[in-house]
Design a protein. Sequence first.
Length: 378
Amino acid sequence: MTKIAHSPVSIDAAGVTDQGRKRGHNEDQFLIATLRRSMVIENTSLPLKAERMLEGSAEGTVLMVADGMGGEGGGQVASSIAVNTIAEYVCNVMPWVVRHQTTTSTPSRTRMHTLPEIRQGLVSALEEGESSILRVAGQAGHSARMGTTLTLAYLLWPGLYVAHAGDSRCYLYRRGTLAQLTKDHTVAQQMAEHGIEVDDDSQLHHVLWNALGGGGDSKLLPEVQRFNLEPGDVILLCSDGLNKELDDDEITAVLREMLSGGPGRAAVADIDTTVTEGTAPKVVVRSPGSPPAYSKAAEEAGAEATLDDLRAEDLAAAVRAKAASAAASARIAASVDATLTEGTAPSTFAERTARRLVDLANAAGGSDNITVVVARLG
């Protein structure tokens, strides 16, 4: 949890990336960074240690998600280059410190002004990211078609700047409603905006007209917008691996569930378990009252899923509640406990929610790399 200077909010942010069930490697990248003033003391007559770092309060937060493309490992290279380059540009070139001006009529109050160059700075940051990709793409041993989507959320209270190219997404969840802040830069979306119907299974939904790199001749056109934030808002960035598997209603249901302290045990309360000696536990999901993604996953898998498909915490609770005295239940519970002990259990809302969404997307099919970044303003 990071307290943002000169604001009433703190930010709880976390990200999860996963290669999915059907991809051999992960070409997604994400970044979460806190912007703050700092000073390195090289030498002083004061009773301070030399080379001591003095850090000011956090001024803002940067969130990024990139979904690489290009094959032959080029996508992973492109997304890495883009995130690194843009992070360096934001840190070293862009003006990001919030200026404060005391009003003469009410000296006890302050007004905050974000610097006017931010919009153009974000455009330049994405352009610099593309230039770095193109320089590497022209070198021997690298794919000339390498490219990446890039979605960036730049939080400078009370403003949210969103810079975007491609079909990764930025959402804002506020008071029970989920709004997509970015447009998908796909040919299918362009056609839809011109009143041309496109089949849901058309490949045009996966053809980008705007991205960083990619080997085409089209000019990068970053989309930059500004929004006002409120305490309690949740910002969600994701690669298309999430929204390929979960629609907006399903994502909304998960956010509501997590904000209410979930996931509730109802999500996995009706579970049958069978254990054969010497084999891994198998969990059969019967979930008429579960969130949509669980029902979808159960239906597509023939109402059967492995232990990995569901959160270990939920399985442990459900199994103990269902058959605490059964030997099979004890063996499964022991296996779950071992998983929890060996792994790092998510501890914050953002960590739990990002992990939950990725797990559900995998359970629903996991056809692509999945990356989710969640930030909650508390």
